[in-house]
Design a binder for this molecule. Sequence first.
Ligand code: TYM
Length: 333
Amino acid sequence: MKKKIFSGVQPTGNLHLGNYLGAIKNFVSLNNDNKNECIFCVVDLHAITIAQDSITLRENIRETVATFIACGIDPKKSIIFNQSKVAAHSEAAWILSCVARMGWLNRMTQFKEKAGKDKENASVGLYSYPVLMAADILLYDSTHVPVGNDQKQHLELCRDIAQKFNNDFKVENFFKIPEPLIQKEFSRIMSLKDGSKKMSKSETSDLSRINLTDGNDQILNKIKKAKTDSLPIPSTVKELNDRPEARNLIGIYSSISDSTLESSIQKFSGKNFSDFKENLSEILIDKLSPISDEIKRLLKEKSYLDEILEEGSKKAENIASKKIREIHDIIGF
Ligand code: TYM
């Protein structure tokens, strides 16, 4: 059976190493497997849950497409489109918001983190954001959803919504129950400045993340300044348990070099972090500079990027509009 893959990335700028290692790298290998049908969505409706400047948003939408392609997603093999161009997403989100329960949404930790102390002032969209995400996934009968660890709870909610719709309307298997594809070891890349916080686009300090458009000198500088501790690299993974920054850097090295934590530790055991950091910068530059160069090149080809989105949106529209008509029928509209 063909796997139907769906995932999304917000066009909110500063796409970083966490997005790449946690999600996009996996999109690329799924795209390369001819047995899969892949859809990768630039989720611009999700982006506006937090205020955006219109010119910057437009640029960030193109930059997200450029990043997908520069990382290795082939627009001839996968559908790449932006969410706002397929009206079914907004419509299905409304319908599913009548299925989802307040109690379910109240448990979402990402809303609590993003809204912070000023919950009363957060947009309603930020609160109901996971329902839109469920709409994205369910409209395409997606079977597998590759994401980083921070999206796990949203996927569980999506599964609950699908199940409840199928039960309430007695339409067994109408919505497929999607499986999350979350990498075992490196699904949560942490900030370079604080090993207890995830690497994030919105963190004010640019030194906390490696952006996919960073040049070689920036990568060198950020890795040099990355927080570590004074101990050398241990000889077992277990000894990294209470050393979050050390664990994160060795995790990044392992993930980018397609190896395991064990083998990286064996390679560097007993060495101090300055030696290790040299190796880490070298491999990051080696892997990321072709991506960063290609993003910058593609960004100059605006009409090419717009064409990809237009083509992709037509294909996505074809699939999603059929599903929404079926939803109408089931509901009694
Ligand atoms: P977004 O745009 O925040 O992030 C895009 C992808 O990158 C992953 N990610 C990380 N992985 C590892 N370590 C990190 N530090 C890190 N930061 C981000 C995210 O888990 C994600 O996979 N709600 C989603 C977008 C979305 C979506 C969807 C995803 C909308 N609809 C449908 C899947 C299916 C989001 O905000 O991702």
